[in-house]
Design a protein around this ligand. Structure first.
Ligand code: FES
Length: 150
């Protein structure tokens, strides 16, 4: 039996819904904020123990996160976590965004299977590192020109 591309995609979506929440499937298949920010206020690249890497770029205006983007070479749930965390921080004061942790991301995704929970931790850790990077350079922006370019 030959399966068309549309049928195959539908089968895939059905299978994903058996494992993951609607929120996770939605963010995994239609990731928000994917890509980079050319002149970012904060940036981080973190590799988790599983070997997957997430990058997050932040654009901060007057201590408010105006834009947040991400990239990852990770799995479906890593994409969903990156998409969700960048949505969660947009419009938030940096200080408040710093308090977002793994559990907040898991709650927003309406849970992840046990073996995928670390994907939310990777997203939370990458966000924290990007905010630390922002704090490091927010007072001395010129120092950034001496940092390795991304
Ligand atoms: Fe490692 Fe998702 S499987 S971060």
């Amino acid at each position: 039996m030959r399966v068309s591309r549309e049928e195959y995609q539908q089968m895939l979506v059905t299978e994903l819904h058996k494992i993951y929440s609607d929120e996770t499937v939605d963010h995994a298949l239609k990731p928000r904020n994917m890509g980079n920010i050319d002149i970012a206020s904060g940036y981080a690249s973190v590799t988790g123990p599983c070997g997957d890497t997430m990058e997050i770029w932040l654009s901060v205006d007057n201590k408010i996160i105006a834009e947040a983007t991400f990239m990852t070479d990770g799995c479906v749930t890593t994409i969903a976590a990156g998409s969700m965390v960048t949505e969660m921080v947009k419009g938030k004061p940096v200080e408040e965004a710093m308090r977002i942790g793994q559990q907040d991301i898991l709650r927003a995704l309406n849970g992840l299977p046990e073996e995928s929970k670390h994907c939310a931790l990777l997203a939370a850790n990458t966000l924290k590192e990007a905010i630390i990077d922002y704090y490091e350079y927010s007072h001395d922006k010129w120092k950034r020109s001496y940092k390795k370019q991304w």
